[in-house]
Every structure is written in C-alpha cells, then in structure tokens.
Design a protein around this ligand. Structure first.
Ligand code: PLP
Length: 416
C-alpha cells in the first residue's frame, strides 16, 4: 500500500498532484508521503503487538530528520550505524534507551559518545570490538551493554551485496565464537552482555530465511540458558522486502505469524530494525526528461536525475518502476539514463517506458529507502530537495543544495 496513485491520469501524492510539486520545487525531487510512512510503521507495530516488540527504525535507510521525527513521535526507537546517525537520533529527541548501535567498524570516539549518551546497547560484531568497548567504558567509569551480533550462516535469498548473514560476510560472529565469548562474559568488567542480534540481509521477500535464522538463535539461547547464561534481549534486525516490481513479499502480519511463536519461546524482549519496509514505498524520485536520444541500437531517455541521486540501479542492478506523471498509454523500449559521466549512470535498462517527450516528468517509484541517504555530489551535482506531503499540505524537509554548499568546506592550497 502506498499513497502515490493516478487520479484522472495524473499521479498524485496523497491529495497533491505530483506535477505541481515538480513545477514548484524543481527536479530532481524526492517526495515522501507522511501517510504511507506512518501506515507502514503502524502495520508492523500492530503485527507484533502480542510481544510488544520495540521497533528501532534503521536510520541509514533514510536519515532525514523530519522522517526520523515522525517515527520517533510514534514511539519508534532507532537503529544506528555511526556517530553521525547517533547525532541525528539525539537531535530528533529519540530517547537514548531506544537506540541500538551496529557496525563492524565503530571508532573509539563513536563508542565513547554512545556510552556517555547511554544508548540501550551496542550490537557487537567482533571480539576486538567488544574488548575496545570494555576498555573505553572503563576509562569513562561506566558500565555499558552489548548484544552479540550472531552470523547465523543462512542464505537470505537476496542480492549478494545485501546479504549479511552468510559466514563469508563481514558481519557478526559465528555461533562457536559467540559461545566462547559468552563463557568469558565476566571478564569484561565494564560491559554487560545483555542480548543477541541478527540481521541477515535486506529486501528479503519470504519468511523462510528469517525463520531459519531465528530458529538457530532460539536454539542457541536455550543452550546458553542450560549453561546458566541468561539474556534479556533478542534483536532480530531488519531486512523485510517491499514491492519494487512484481515481488510478493510477506506482509508484516504474515511475517509476525511465522516468527512470533519462535520469539515468544525465548522469553526475551524483542527488538527489530526495519528500514526499507517503513520508508521504501513512502518515497519517489521525480525527474525531468531533458532529451530523447535515438541511436542506431537504442533509445535513451536522458533525465536530470542520476546515479548521484539514486545509486541503487547502478550499485545492485536494482529495479525501480518508472511512471510518467501524466499517464501515457503508448510505451517504447528505452534506457532511462542520467547526466553523469559514467555508463553505470542509469535508472532503467531496456525498459518499456511511457512515450515521454522533452520537458515531461517521470517518477521513479519506491525510492524512499537508500535513495537520498546514498546520494552524493559526484560530478559536482547539487543534492536534491526533499519534500513531505500530508493530505493537501507540503513541507520542504531538505532544501536543494546550492553551489555555495558544494564548496563550503574546501580551502585553497598555499605552498608557502
Ligand atoms: C541496514 C540494516 C538494517 C535495515 O535493513 P532494511 O533492509 O532496510 O530493513 C537493520 N539492521 C542493521 C544492522 C542494518 O545494517
């Protein structure tokens, strides 16, 4: 479900015609639906209400403060992966005891700040990191908490760049080593190991990999209990897939039906970290057609949005549906490409695209997650504006960058 639908041949975001937004704010433009954003969060919360799971939205999917604030106001916690994301989380008033922090490469400074702020726990990805957290907590005179990120070695059945729970991925700790660390838990004087964490990948459309991973971890928890090691939290990560093309991902409710009994059996407090599921279909990227270029072999629709605005097609070969803002029934096969000087700069390849002409607009659908948050200034392009729509109201939630922004931190070199 989302709130980007055609009414009378025109694409709307809630009650506003998208074309009006493109004309008013310029392109490329990221547009979010407040209703869709809330709806996805609420669906998930409802599905897991029986176990009152804490939903820590994954900030990296879309880290705009306005988006974080909407979710925090609804009671969400936040899943962070850097000091910068911690800064954002605190800035929107997320209670520190609803923040969980994963990343294989946390720096000393990042760890120290997170301990001082009193986050709920770190998701620890290696023994050296655990030792580092223990040492830093000791220097600060604090006791901090961690969950061990388990690498359950399951196949997530998704793109190889977004699978994270195979033993050959850099994430988490295998069960044997996790067990050894847990046996030594009292040696870490300033760290309390309070839980386990898994996150097996992203854009996972069926429940089976989640079930397999949770079963492994639940068995492990029972083994630990039999050895007198008791925990408080199980963090099941994110990774729920959404519809980009013709996937039929499990709904929040089906996912919950599959995993809640397993989670309940652990007796632990449950945390989850969805990103894409909440924000993916709540956003689109609107771009303007600059030129139609016909070559002997191909038709190119050249648009003003590029891989610096949305890198998913270039990075993962990801599919995004591309729709005209004004419905056109005639379609033609084309590549939709951006202005950037890279052959990898495309939004769609060999795609049946509405027969648009110069000056028309296209909407790249499902661009709310890993869209703006992965954007860059490559080719000295200004990062796009972001707006949020609620019913017939629109607010700019990030201004379009200016050329002054582009060079703000640059200094000329002086040889003497
Ligand atoms: C990226 C990430 C998530 C969110 O993944 P989605 O596929 O967007 O739900 C959750 N947890 C961790 C540790 C992550 O790295």
């Amino acid at each position: 479900m989302h709130d980007f639908v055609y009414k009378n041949k025109n694409l709307f975001c809630e009650n506003i015609k998208v074309q009006d937004l493109a004309a008013r704010f310029g392109t490329p433009l990221h547009i979010y639906s407040y209703n869709t954003l809330m709806d996805h969060f609420i669906k998930l919360r409802k599905a897991f209400s029986a176990i009152q799971a804490l939903i820590c939205y994954s900030v990296k999917a879309n880290s705009n403060l306005a988006i974080l604030k909407v979710l925090v106001n609804l009671g969400a916690g936040l899943d962070i992966v850097s000091g910068g994301e911690l800064f954002r989380a605190l800035k929107v008033g997320c209670p520190a005891n609803k923040i969980v922090y994963a990343s294989v490469g946390k720096t000393e400074a990042e760890i120290a700040t997170a301990i001082t702020e009193g986050i709920l726990f770190f998701n620890v990805e290696s023994l050296p990191e655990l030792m580092s957290i223990d040492r830093i907590a000791c220097q600060l005179g604090k006791i901090t908490r961690v969950a061990i990120r388990i690498n359950p070695d399951v196949e997530a059945k998704t793109h190889k760049f977004i699978t994270t729970g195979k033993i050959t991925n850099k994430f988490g700790i295998d069960l044997n080593n996790a067990y050894k660390i847990l046996l030594l838990r009292n040696k870490f004087r300033n760290v309390k190991i309070c839980g386990l964490h898994i996150h097996i990948g992203s854009q996972i459309t069926e429940s089976a990999p989640f079930v397999a991973a949770i079963k492994k971890v639940a068995d492990f928890i029972r083994k630990l209990e039999s050895k007198g090691i008791s925990l408080e939290y199980l963090n099941i990560g994110g990774g729920l897939g959404i519809i980009y093309a013709n996937e039929a991902p499990q709904t929040a409710q089906v996912y919950a039906n599959e995993v809640v009994p397993l989670l309940k059996s652990t007796g632990l407090k449950i945390i989850m970290e969805p990103g894409r599921f909440i924000v993916g279909n709540a956003g689109i990227l609107v771009t303007k057609v600059l030129y139609i270029k016909n070559t002997p072999k191909k038709k190119f629709v050249i648009v003003d949005g590029g891989m610096n605005d949305l890198i998913r097609p270039a990075l993962y070969g990801a599919y995004h549906n591309i729709l005209p803002l004004r419905k056109i029934s005639k379609t033609e096969k084309a590549d939709v490409v951006g202005p950037i000087c890279e052959s990898g700069d495309f939004l769609a390849k060999e795609r049946l695209i509405a027969n648009v002409k110069e000056g028309d607009y296209l909407a790249v659908m499902s661009a709310g997650a890993y869209g703006f948050s992965m954007s860059s200034n490559y080719n000295s392009r200004l990062r796009a504006a972001e707006v949020m729509v609620s019913k017939n109201k629109v607010c700019v939630i990030r201004k379009r960058e200016t050329y002054a922004d582009l060079v703000r931190n640059e200094l000329l070199f002086k040889a003497k």
